[in-house]
Design a binder for this molecule. Structure first.
Ligand SMILES: Cc1cc2nc3c(=O)[nH]c(=O)nc-3n(C[C@H](O)[C@H](O)[C@H](O)COP(=O)(O)OP(=O)(O)OC[C@H]3O[C@@H](n4cnc5c(N)ncnc54)[C@H](O)[C@@H]3O)c2cc1C
Length: 393
């Protein structure tokens, strides 16, 4: 791939710092702008097509070496601070290059396996990083979303391993995925979060069925997962038996950190695109753009701090619910702005940029639901960060 697209490899010294990495990567992006144009102003018609196209960029970044920085050598990376990856993500969006859809999986689940099961990461992570595989999160159930600790999918010991029975729903990227992290009950029905275990499950295991959920956007982004006596070997446990909640909490840190970081970088990119097309005769437009811009910058400032804390090895606390609330507001603001500045084009223009505005708007509606609904996050901020008095006083 690298040879056919003829880009030169990254030539970096070990221990490179963030500003130098940024400068060198910018220079590389400028130098290979013609090759990278394949990922600008494109809007594939389906998720499957998008994933195939995006996989080519993942291979290009990996084989040229840039995508390896910030990942440990044990999983095929080039080492260095994890924050180097945040710089790469920021610069891709800053150069109007659409970040591969697989990045959600790579940055959240890839990081989690690398931390908790380096042996599995060594085996499977390079395939994830180069788009040959895609991993999904199988946590929510029809009766267990915000109250995830009430989930009912059961894991029963069977020989050396377990058998899974139950149903998951709203699983991002599962319809095109190869593996999923499935949270299941190993304790008593009353054990709540203390009786859950995390499994790394192959989606082609007999007894497992993935059914896509039709969305208004037309993209097969979400799916249901049905588990009927699905065997999972003991070496596919992530964390301890009954220790799944701790694994989930670790995962949420990455969702608040690098995932939020990549979203704000995307929002800045979209805002730049909107400003470049701004109707200068519309007197309200500058103020509307300014308001959306402030929301994105507030998210960027808070998330940058979160990414830095993660990079320094700190455990994140309930204050990252603030990141989630800020991000949700920024997502809504930018998507609504894109619609309001050009309502006719929003519905009828068939350019790639307009298709993105349309998709982004649909997706933005869900950003205050997934990864912890907005109301729940505000509850956490009120109770655990601000320690506001309860209704009972
Ligand atoms: C686009 C998208 C992608 C998703 N991806 C995944 C995925 O990959 N994997 C996965 O496992 N799940 C995923 N989810 C599911 C998501 O995590 C849940 O939808 C979310 O946790 C909310 O749960 P619920 O839908 O059951 O709603 P409910 O929990 O039933 O909530 C309904 C409403 O009640 C409110 N509410 C609930 N409890 C409280 C409370 N204590 N205080 C105040 N208000 C409350 C909520 O805020 C919400 O407005 C995804 C969802 C979406 C929309």
């Amino acid at each position: 791939m690298t040879a056919s697209l003829s880009v030169e490899p990254a030539d970096l010294e070990p221990g490179i710092d963030l500003p130098r990495f940024r400068d060198r990567f910018r220079a590389w992006l400028r130098k290979h702008s013609d090759v990278l144009a394949a990922w600008r102003d494109v809007h594939p018609a389906s998720l499957e097509e998008a994933l195939r196209h995006d996989a080519k960029l993942l291979v290009l970044l990996w084989e040229s070496g840039w995508g390896k920085w910030g990942w440990p050598e044990a999983v095929g990376g080039a080492g260095g601070a994890a924050a180097l990856r945040s710089v790469l993500i920021d610069e891709l969006w800053a150069h109007d290059i659409e970040l591969p859809h697989q990045y959600d999986s790579i940055e959240i689940l890839g990081q989690m396996v690398t931390d908790l099961r380096p042996d599995l990461a060594q085996r499977f992570f390079p395939a994830l990083a180069t788009g040959r595989e895609l991993w999904a999160q199988g946590f929510s159930e029809p009766e267990a979303g915000s109250d995830l600790a009430s989930l009912r999918t059961r894991a029963t010991p069977d020989g050396d391993g377990f058998r899974l029975n139950g149903q998951k729903i709203w699983n991002s990227l599962a319809a095109a995925g190869n593996r999923a992290f499935v949270l299941a009950r190993t304790g008593t029905p009353e054990s709540r979060h203390r009786g859950l275990t995390m499994f790394f499950v192959d989606l082609d295991t007999p007894g497992l069925v993935v059914r896509p959920i039709a969305l208004a956007s037309g993209f097969n982004h979400l799916a249901e997962i049905f588990l009927d006596d699905v065997p999972v070997p003991a070496d596919r446990l992530i964390g301890e038996v009954d220790g799944g909640w701790a694994v989930l909490m670790k995962l949420m840190q990455y969702e608040r950190g690098t995932y939020a970081w990549q979203r704000q970088a995307k929002l800045l990119c979209r805002l730049r695109g909107l400003v470049s097309r701004l109707d200068t005769d519309d007197p309200a437009a500058p103020a509307e753009v300014g308001r959306a811009y402030l929301r994105v910058l507030a998210t960027r400032a808070k998330t940058a701090n979160t990414v830095r804390r993660l990079d320094a090895g700190n455990t994140l606390g309930p204050d990252t619910s603030v990141d989630k609330v800020l991000l949700g507001a920024a997502e809504h603001a930018v998507a609504d702005l894109a619609r309001d500045l050009d309502p006719y084009g929003f519905l009828l223009d068939d350019s790639a940029a307009a298709a993105h505005r349309y998709d982004d708007w649909w997706f933005s509606r869900a950003t205050t639901i997934f990864g912890g609904a907005g109301e729940v996050q505000r509850g956490i901020v009120a109770d655990r960060v601000l320690r506001l008095p309860t209704e009972k006083g």
